[in-house]
Design a binder for this molecule. Structure first.
Ligand SMILES: Cc1cc2nc3c(=O)[nH]c(=O)nc-3n(C[C@H](O)[C@H](O)[C@H](O)COP(=O)(O)O)c2cc1C
Ligand code: SF4
Length: 448
């Protein structure tokens, strides 16, 4: 079922006129006849969960927004999308900018934000122009600016480019960056809903979350909630990549199985060259990797489904997370140790350095993994790695520490034999991975 991407193949759908001719901005017209509280109520009824990774209910987040009289409030859209394996927001913004801007206008009205912001990762260098063109068209048609559609509601949307830091996707680091400062996460509480941008009440939502608001208003929260299953309502965008025949962005209604998603021609189209499935990281690089046997079937022996509850079934012992929907497939030829090392390098590079467990621990994990991967590790290094990740998890200001720890923990939990093989077969490991270890050295000196 398609809600967000239903028009993505229509020629020139980026233009306001074509979008409007296909029903665009009807949801904004409808929303502006409702009260802000009624919109929040519809979003609550829809069961929409934040699509940025944590899956927090959007309507509930909106209702937490402090409402002090006379204090400006802000909607900030998180378009930083730097999680490895995740590229669904890019697709939405690039191909369907008006679907997104409609959501921004409705959410701004519901939250009472007269100045709303889109913080977009700097590497998406061409997309701000697309968004700014869409904003200008919407303003020219009376959907933005002063007294929108004669309702008395004023709203401007500003696009701010990031400078290429993954940490600026964390909502409080994003707010700091938007304020012109270094993107360091803040200690919470206070949460952004109370003190966010310029210490004003602020809601930060992901691009896909905001884009879903238009369809929710159009069809009503109750109807939206009928799509999907359990607390996984509506549709979800999945960006699929790795060893699959058809990488790309897919909109699913969260009732299909993981097996169908990987092997059906409607989605990933199976694994190239008849290779076997080895493992998958289904929700972006921060979520635990799961081996094929636990991926397709839960520990209870049921087919694992592409939704929040089923992917998490079994906790971190046998399950994983929906996360941001960045679905990375590994075939039988892939080396989990190498993958884990590459991710560790990434988190070490992206740590902002404020907390010792993350600043030091990510560097240690990368160093140890590099040794193991290149055949220079010891058996005790595997336990040392386990110990370090355990000491990082839950002991940091922001969840980047957890995001760095979980992939290491899951890789050791499920693929310990592969780590051991690297230790017991140093020569083979060195020959096989010679190029990569040197490549990693050349790229970045490890911190600490
Ligand atoms: C290190 C780190 C990076 C993050 N990157 C993103 C991101 O690129 N996009 C995003 O929407 N959320 C990201 N998040 C989650 C945000 O902090 C926040 O929870 C999210 O934007 C809220 O939107 P949602 O409720 O609509 O999901 C990141 C979190 C962390 C800890
Ligand atoms: S966990 Fe890491 S990225 Fe987050 S605040 Fe601490 S040092 Fe910075």
């Amino acid at each position: 079922m398609k809600l967000l991407l239903k028009n993505d193949r229509i020629p020139n759908i980026r233009s306001f006129d074509v979008h409007r001719a296909h029903g665009g901005y009807a949801a904004v017209e409808k929303a502006l006849k409702m009260t802000p509280d009624e919109i929040v109520e519809e979003v609550k009824k829809s069961g929409l969960r934040g699509r940025g990774g944590a899956g927090f209910p959007a309507g509930m987040k909106w209702s937490f927004l402090a409402k002090p009289e006379g204090v400006p409030r802000h909607l900030v859209c998180n378009a930083d999308e730097s999680e490895p394996g995740t590229f669904k927001d890019r697709y939405l913004m690039e191909h369907l900018p008006h679907t997104f801007i409609e959501g921004m206008i409705i959410a701004s009205y519901a939250l009472g934000s007269n100045a709303s912001y889109i913080y977009i990762r700097g590497e998406y260098a061409w997309i701000p122009d697309i968004l700014e063109a869409a904003i200008a068209e919407a303003r020219a048609a009376g959907f933005l600016g002063k007294n929108i559609l004669g309702t008395g509601f004023d709203c401007e949307i500003y696009v701010q480019r990031g400078a290429g830091a993954y940490i600026c996707g964390e909502e409080t680091a994003l707010i700091e960056s938007l304020e012109g400062k270094r993107g360091n996460p803040r200690i919470k509480p206070p949460f952004p809903a109370v003190q966010g941008l310029w210490m004003r009440p602020t809601v930060v939502n992901n691009v896909e979350t905001i884009a879903a608001v238009g369809p929710i208003i159009e069809m009503g929260g109750d109807e939206y909630a009928k799509i999907g299953v359990g607390k996984s309502t509506g549709t979800k965008l999945i960006s699929a990549c790795g060893n699959i025949n058809k990488p790309g962005v897919y909109e699913i209604d969260m009732t299909i199985s993981v097996e169908e998603f990987i092997y059906s021609d409607d989605y990933c189209g199976g694994i190239p060259n008849g290779k076997r499935l080895k493992a998958c990281i289904p929700g972006g690089s921060s979520v635990p990797i799961v081996p094929a046997n636990l991926l397709l079937t839960t520990a209870k022996g049921e087919p694992r489904m592409m939704n929040y509850e089923s992917l998490a079934d079994g906790g971190f012992q046998t399950g994983t997370m929906m996360g941001s929907g960045g679905f990375i497939v590994l075939d039988e030829d892939q080396c989990v140790v190498r993958h884990t090392m590459t991710l560790a390098r990434f988190y070490n590079h992206e740590s902002c350095g404020q907390c010792s467990p993350c600043r030091e621990g990510t560097g240690w994990m990368y160093k140890i993994l590099k040794n193991i991967e290149s055949g220079k590790g010891k058996m005790s290094d595997i336990d040392l790695l386990w110990d370090i990740q355990r000491r990082i998890e839950g002991n940091t200001i922001c969840p980047l520490g957890d995001a760095a720890a979980w992939p290491v923990a899951a890789a050791i939990r499920h693929f310990r034999d592969e780590f051991e093989w690297h230790v017991t077969h140093p020569e083979e490991a060195q020959i096989r991975n010679f190029g990569l270890a040197h490549y990693a050295d050349a790229l970045e000196p490890v911190v600490a």
